[in-house]
Design a protein around this ligand. Structure first.
Ligand code: AMP
Ligand code: ZN
Length: 113
């Protein structure tokens, strides 16, 4: 999608602090971190949110979760971490391109799961 921030970051057209990249997805540090480690993992293909996950892209989403586990290990998140994907306005999704937040490096609040 030509007017999508995370499509542009994934394509390298907008700079980011990338920590991982392969042919299907990439990961970069969140510009406004909410934890000592706060990384976003996004598919290179435009998918709007979890609401658009289908049988056709489920393997890609599964692959992203293997990448999440690798990144968490590389970041040394041995104490645990949280994976979040906001979907739509009520959840506060601000970028309409599927992304998974990896948050770690501190004890997460007990509220909001
Ligand atoms: P969400 O609110 O779940 O849609 O998450 C979007 C995230 O993207 C927020 O945590 C933002 O801080 C982050 N963000 C927005 N623009 C950029 C950018 N240019 N580089 C890295 N992260 C960004
Ligand atoms: Zn996009």
């Amino acid at each position: 999608m030509s007017d999508c921030l995370f499509c542009k970051i994934a394509a390298g057209d907008i700079p980011s602090a990338k920590v991982y990249e392969d042919e299907l997805c990439c990961a970069f540090r969140d510009i406004a971190p909410q934890a000592p480690t706060h990384i976003l993992v996004v598919p290179k293909e435009h998918i709007g949110s979890c609401a658009e996950i289908t049988d056709a892209n489920a393997a890609l989403v599964g692959h992203i979760f293997t990448v999440i586990a690798k990144i968490a290990a590389e970041e040394g998140l041995t104490g645990g971490y949280r994976v979040i994907s906001n979907v739509g306005a009520d959840a506060g999704q601000s970028v309409p391109h599927l992304h998974f937040h990896i948050l770690g490096g501190k004890r997460m609040p007990d509220q909001m799961v």
